[in-house]
Write a protein that binds this ligand. Sequence first.
Ligand code: MSP
Length: 505
Amino acid sequence: MATEHVYLTTPIYYVNDNPHIGSAYTTVVCDVLARLNRFYGKKVLFLTGTDEHGQKIEKAALAKGQAPQAFVDEVSQKFKDLTQILGCENDIFIRTTEPRHYKAAQSIWQTIFDKGLIYKSTYEGWYAIRDEAFYQESELVDGKAPSGAEVEWVVEESYFFKLSAFQDQLLDFYEKNTGFIMPDSRRNEVISFVKSGLKDLSVSRKSFKWGVPVPNDPDHVMYVWFDALTNYITALGYPDVTSDTFKNFWPQTIHMLGKDILRFHAVYWPAFLMAADLPMPKRIFAHGWWTVEGQKMSKSLGNVVHPSDIINMAGLDALRYFFIREMPLGSDGDFSATALKQRYHSELGNAYGNLAQRVLSFIAKNCESKVPGKHDLHEADQQLLDESMKVFHDIKELVDNQATYKYCEKLLHLVSLANQYVDFQKPWSLRKEDPIRMETVLWVLVQIIKRISFLFQPILIHGAGKILAFLNVPEDQRSSSYYDACLEGGHPISQPEPVFPRLED
Ligand code: MSP
């Protein structure tokens, strides 16, 4: 069977400000999905990066008294460093100020222009710099953008993209491809927006310079979203669409993004692609937003949470785990240090960590640090082993739907079944009463702890690996093809140390 491909993308982050947990969230979700897909044997490309043009960035640079290029170099580096700090294994980090991106953005512009789908006129209307978005009068709420951003009246010569010409084609596409926009509630939202009528979109600006120059008209720079969305194909080598990378990965694209930027991804981007005769990505997945301790996160409220602070307090695994476990992808969620600690202690420390700790230290102490031999399997043993295979197959399916929350739930359920099994089988009592039975019970538990740890690897990039190291599973034997391979009697077990130590208050 041919290897399946998956191309996972985060939005590219605006560099007007430093990263926070909102931006860290999508990157971690994509990293977990990338690792899961790789685990199940797929070929993955994982892209993240920074969005460095537009009026908002130019303003931020000016406010700091820096030239835009120097400013974006500095802030982009912070985002790049953050992907490392978050333990992310992205294959590409793209910056929209790179020459390869200018080439791609100008090329797609030219293609669309040559087809008569971009024309020059005058834009007259509202613009919100913070959102880098145009708004209709009817969309304004109390004189502001629906997001609360200030708007200004703009009258400017501008190039327009004939978005209106794509209304029917878009609706037809959404109808035929029901999994294109996820979750369903968001899909309906997009469909009703498109049905309400699409106006042509202003795609260039003349009143400032910080952008990709429009081909053959250097007075204009591209509207930042036109340039930004193109990053996804720049990274695959566009304008060359003949490479294997482009052909294999592009149709398997999963764009992950926040609900606030769905319209750009689910309406404008597909229309640009249709206009350029390029294939569609596979899916646009819009996730929800984090509030912090019940409140919107904002600089003015002074409640912006920085990932590094959480990592310093609780460790990287705790943060990654909380991101996946607390908020079903698509819903909103609340970020609080108390909830994070509580989940860390009860689900990682007490449930998973303790399971490994008590079983492996018991083996180290009572079985000469070796996996005991397996004898007759009882029904309870077989049930638990079967369940671990079922979870493996269920998660494989969940990954194809980006159902990260359910994946975590399934895995926790297996942890809880394993703990119940320990409590019920009581290996420590069996040691005197029935040592042969004790050996089988411990053998079963070793296999289960190994399997749970295999499946936790994409989230708990440190903890799961440590437990697999206590089990002496070689690093090159931790992928799905080794999932059901058993650690047989005599296999060495190292003395474990606590993997999820309690956090201080
Ligand atoms: N530059 C554009 C994206 C261009 S993609 C071609 C942009 N950048 S952003 O930095 O403002 O936002 C990046 C992502 O962070 C968005 O998906 C947004 O939803 C997400 N988040 C920002 N704050 C967030 C929360 N509080 N919670 C969850 N995600 C949030 O938009």
